[in-house]
Design a protein around this ligand. Structure first.
Ligand code: 5RP
Length: 223
């Protein structure tokens, strides 16, 4: 069974939690794209929901698939947020941001009653950190942050696209950090959030309620 099929299986399983009248957080990435396709099929059949997208790319995809959208001016909470992940550990702690959408993704997740994470089985790890930790930084502060993060042994790498810095939907940069030697990720999160210029990190701690993965031709659910 291909990784793509596993993502699709997880996405379809997550859709089953959705009920008529709900506001749904729409994640970003290839797994979330499967969820958007599956959700669009239900909307076409008459399911009455509104989505709130976590990125400009997801917004485009949702609109192209006929999913009605809203924003935070019109709602006070999201019923269910469904998003992918780059890693999850046995405690359902996550590293996200591989697609560079971590800031809006975390805002959606924080304002959701239920967070469902969908993934292929390769995202399951015993300890976070094999995937480099993305952090979103203000361009003005990024050069000094790189110096500080180097001293902290986090080996920051400025993410690039077409030989220029990758620019997020909020106009910021992404630094990818090596956290393989870090055992206390909660402490790291606190330390990073105290550095002016770091807008958000890709550590999603105590946020996921349910993780659904595709493994082979079945799904597994972690709570
Ligand atoms: C984007 C993300 C994605 O959820 C994460 O990168 C997983 O992507 P994919 O489903 O394509 O493997 O955090 O910022």
């Amino acid at each position: 069974m291909s990784t793509e099929k596993e993502k699709e299986l997880a996405a379809k399983a997550a859709i089953k939690y959705i009920e008529d009248g709900m506001t749904i957080g729409l994640g970003t990435g290839s797994t979330a794209a499967h969820m958007i396709t599956a959700l669009a099929e239900e909307v076409a059949k008459g399911l009455n929901i509104v989505g709130i997208p976590s990125s400009e790319s997801t917004k485009k995809l949702a609109l192209a698939n006929g999913i009605p959208l809203t924003d935070f001016a019109n709602i006070s909470a999201i019923d269910i947020n469904i998003d992918g992940t780059d890693e999850f550990d046995p405690y359902l702690q996550l590293i996200k941001g591989g697609g560079g959408a971590l800031l809006r993704e975390k805002i959606l997740a924080f304002n959701s009653k239920l967070n469902i994470i969908i993934a292929d089985c390769h995202k399951q790890v015993s300890r976070l950190g094999k995937f480099k930790l993305p952090i979103e930084t203000i361009p003005f502060a990024t050069p000094i942050l790189i110096k500080k993060l180097r001293i902290m042994n986090l080996h920051p790498i400025l993410r690039e696209k077409d030989n220029s810095p990758f620019i997020t939907d909020e106009g910021n940069y992404i630094l990818d950090l090596d956290i393989t030697h870090i055992s206390n990720v909660a402490q790291l999160e606190n330390t990073l959030k105290q550095l002016p210029g770091i807008v958000e990190t890709g550590l999603f701690l105590d946020i996921a309620d349910i993780v659904i993965i595709g493994r082979g031709d079945t799904t597994e659910v972690f709570k």
